[in-house]
Design a protein around this ligand. Structure first.
Ligand code: NAP
Length: 262
């Protein structure tokens, strides 16, 4: 690890792994958890392809990584659009000639109670959160299978494990990701490709900032650790699963929620 990146293990809560020579794709890398995951991987010497729909926001993550001497590049694409995903994965593979790590992090919410939920609110969440991970994983897994090495990490949610009123679409998409993780891990283990999921609880981010202080205080009361998670908590969990130390872990869901769901 270079001197400049050694100073950046704060991005992975002090955890260090040697990802030198490895190429990672992080979807939804422009802000929140995806940005933290991209920083954690890059701070441990992975080259990170940052993917999202908005180029300008992606550039801020890429610049933050380059500032500490890390390697990153922005790729625009919509994970919910099959052709867009195939174009992006082809462009990334062409540019770096390998692909070791895929983090399916891009996700959206369209919360409302089910009796009021429109087709669009249902379909857009499933399309982005679940079909998006499917398109990305299908394209990436072909490359990883040929290379006989890979790490696929899906960002699920505690909502996918225990459910949440007002989030039937989101919970279904996140539970679907867990089913996908468990099944695909069985398909790919023989090729040394591991497939795991991280299920965050409440993490400080743009997604939770819209909740307002009184709701956040009530949420904190339900969390044994008495705080919201930091995006770097998720970066560290992903870094561990992406690291050589996790080569015998596959088909698992790591919950990172301060003890909230028990
Ligand atoms: P966020 O702040 O809303 O960021 C979402 C990211 O995904 C952005 O970079 C966004 O960029 C990108 N994105 C959205 N739709 C996309 C699409 N169709 N194609 C490509 N990129 C897309 O979300 P977050 O809070 O960081 O959450 C990240 C992940 O963690 C999500 O899967 C979320 O469900 C999960 N999670 C979050 C929490 C939490 O407390 N924050 C808890 C549990 C799970 P563009 O809009 O520019 O595309």
């Amino acid at each position: 690890m270079s001197e400049s990146t050694a100073m950046t293990t704060e991005y992975s809560m002090g955890l260090k792994a040697d990802l030198s020579g490895q190429v990672a794709i992080v979807t939804g890398a422009s802000q929140g958890l995806g940005r933290a995951i991209a920083l954690a991987l890059a701070a441990n010497n992975a080259t990170v392809a940052c993917l999202a729909r908005t180029e300008s926001k992606l550039q801020s993550t890429v610049e933050a990584i380059r500032e500490f001497g890390g390697n990153a590049e922005a790729f625009t694409g919509d994970v919910g659009d099959r052709q867009s995903v195939e174009n992006a994965v082809d462009a990334i593979h062409e540019k770096f000639d390998k692909l070791d790590i895929l983090v399916n992090n891009a996700g959206i919410t369209r919360d409302t109670l089910l009796p009021r939920m429109s087709d669009d609110e249902w379909e857009s969440v499933i399309q982005t959160n679940l079909s998006g991970a499917f398109y990305m994983t299908r394209a990436a897994s072909r490359i990883m299978m040929r290379a006989r090495y890979g790490r696929i990490i899906n960002i699920s949610s505690v909502s996918g494990l225990i459910g949440n009123a007002g989030q039937t679409n989101y919970s279904a998409s996140k539970a679907g990701l867990i089913g996908m993780t468990r099944s695909l891990s069985r398909e790919l283990a023989g090729r040394k490709v591991t497939v795991n999921a991280v299920a965050p609880g409440f993490i400080e981010s743009e997604m939770t900032a819209i909740l307002g202080d009184s709701i956040v205080d009530k949420v904190k009361e339900r969390i044994p650790c008495k705080r919201l998670g930091d995006p770097a908590d998720i970066g560290a969990a992903v870094l561990f699963l992406a690291s050589p130390a996790a080569s015998y872990i596959t088909g698992q869901v790591i919950t990172v929620d301060g003890g909230m769901i028990g």
